[in-house]
Design a protein around this ligand. Structure first.
Ligand code: C2O
Ligand code: CU
Ligand code: CU
Length: 519
């Protein structure tokens, strides 16, 4: 088989699996040969190698589980810039604002892929657009400067139609950015700073991962039966009576968590997707939809040694498949025989055991950061936001009235680079099918200006709205059924094609994703 036949066979088998778009992936494969070449003008201070490949990891005790995982190697830069995860997850990447980063990415998967740096504002060729996917055995060179605030970002694959299964098999990792403002706060660090990624997975009797089967499941989104934290089931943290900084990422394909402590203690929220808030906030519970992050302080100074604490996901009503009266939620899984943990179920995420005494010393500053928020009047279209409906028709999710097209951009999807724009997502969810959609924009962070009606039009929004984190910089915002969410975003100075999409990865793969173009 020559190269072209090989590429075609991949494209065709991918299309056969999903029944959509044969042409686009093939074009993308051919175009990948134009992956960026290093330029001598770019001098990196952090340089690393990142490879995606099949692997095995012991997740449940007994037989190892086959995964797809990122592995990395630091070629140049601060020691600690790359930190092994100890699980199927990719290494955590630790960067500083201003770093000039070069990544040699290598695809050793049996299918095409590309890496996206979720939350960062990078030039379009560095953003991991699906048309930039590279075939098996190929390399992609990333070069970008970190211009973003200190925050908890992450990286994951972004091929068209295959992001859900690739992330599901294990391809994801934390990406932390720090800056001087954050460092000056002396927040808990070292053993007192704990990255947590929450994911749900389903295993078969051979301890292998099983994924969705069919269109029905894809419409609802994958919901796993086991909750994993940092790649581990029944996660336990053994902590002391001090203060901890928990940096939590929802790395699940579709599951929304309503995080709460079992003893009723509120959360002290200090940051969101795009970094620190201006000041700490108390929240009775926190809602974390796919791809969202929260940064919280857990102060255990009042706890006794030997006691324990549980992080739970509280129950909430989740109308996922409202196919008229009588056909309630869970139709996709419940009726198709999946026993699974439904969206909105109650379960434990992890257990904290307080194992030793430590002298208290940490005081959380009342002021955390300068958010640098824009004023709504600064938007080019302050009184006339660009409106993007989220809708459901013909057993398919739509964004802005269409599904994904590899190169297409509509008129209302074009913005001036560097401009400030008001945008509005409308979850129309009329009758047929209602779901909450975590909407994500590439190209950086936005502010949430308002949400109407605040408590939504159903029980789900009412049950979740106190735990939303609309106060900080966001790149992903949960748009509840019946809601309109208005955003303010300054687009990056770069030009080219970027994406916006639902971060329920099965919705993204079904085409609930669109391009926007910066000119
Ligand atoms: Cu986290 Cu377009 O993705
Ligand atoms: Cu992203
Ligand atoms: Cu969605």
């Amino acid at each position: 088989m020559d190269r072209r036949e090989f590429l075609e066979s991949i494209a065709l088998s991918a299309a056969a699996m999903t029944g959509r778009r044969v042409i686009a992936p093939l074009e993308a494969l051919v175009r990948a040969e134009f992956a960026p070449q290093s330029t001598t003008a770019f001098v990196p201070n952090v340089e690393l190698e990142l490879t995606a490949r099949p692997a095995h990891h012991e997740i449940l005790s007994g037989a190892p589980t086959g995964t797809w995982s990122y592995s990395g190697k630091l070629l140049k830069g601060r020691a600690g810039a790359l930190e092994d995860s100890g699980s199927y997850l990719g290494p955590a990447i630790h960067l500083r604002k201003g770093d000039r980063v070069r990544v040699h990415f290598r695809n050793e998967l049996p299918e095409t892929t590309i890496v996206h740096w979720h939350g960062l504002a990078v030039p379009a060729p560095m953003d991991g657009h699906p048309r930039l996917v590279i075939p098996t055995g190929a390399q992609y060179l990333y070069e970008f400067e970190v211009q973003d605030r200190a925050g908890h970002y992450w990286y994951h694959p972004h091929p068209d139609d295959r992001t859900g299964p690739q992330v599901y098999r294990g391809l994801a990792g934390h990406l932390f950015v720090s800056d001087d403002e954050e460092s000056s706060l002396r927040l808990p660090s070292g053993e007192h700073e704990i990255p947590l990624v929450i994911q749900d997975r389903t295993f078969d009797s051979d301890q292998q991962l099983t994924y969705i089967s069919g269109h029905m499941d894809a419409m609802t989104g994958f919901l796993g039966e086991r909750i994993l934290v940092n790649g581990t089931p029944d996660k336990q943290l053994k902590l002391a009576t001090g203060a901890y900084r928990l940096r939590i990422l929802n790395g699940s394909n579709s599951r929304i968590y309503k995080l709460a402590w079992n003893n009723g203690m509120p959360f002290t929220l200090i940051g969101t997707d795009g970094g620190l808030l201006d000041r700490p906030l108390r929240k009775p519970y926190l809602v974390l939809s796919p791809a969202e992050r929260v940064d919280v302080i857990l102060d255990l100074s009042g706890q006794t040694v030997g006691s324990s604490l549980e992080l739970l996901s509280l129950p909430f009503p989740a109308p996922q498949m409202m196919m008229g009266r009588g056909m309630g939620r869970g139709m996709g899984r419940g009726m198709m025989g999946g026993v699974g943990l439904e969206q909105g179920s109650e379960f434990r995420i992890l257990r904290v055991r307080i194992e030793k005494k430590e002298k208290a010393g940490f005081r959380l500053p009342a002021r955390l950061s300068q958010t640098g928020f824009h004023r709504p009047q600064e938007a080019e279209n302050a009184s006339q936001p660009r409106v993007f409906p989220l809708s459901f028709m013909r057993m398919q999710w739509f964004l802005n009235g269409s599904t994904f097209e590899m190169d297409a951009v509509k008129e209302n999807e074009t913005f001036k680079a560097g401009s400030i724009q008001a945008l509005e997502f409308r979850n129309t969810s009329m009758g047929m099918m209602q779901m909450a959609h975590p909407m994500h924009l590439h190209g950086g962070q936005f502010q949430v200006l308002k949400r109407t009606p605040a408590a939504g039009t159903d029980g789900m929004a009412a049950s979740l709205h106190e735990g939303l984190t609309d106060e900080g910089w966001k790149d992903t915002v949960l748009v509840l059924p019946g809601q309109q969410v208005r955003l303010l975003m300054r687009f990056p100075q770069f030009t080219g094609l970027y994406l916006y999409h639902c971060h329920i990865l099965e919705h993204e793969d079904m085409g609930m994703m669109r391009n926007y173009r910066l000119i």
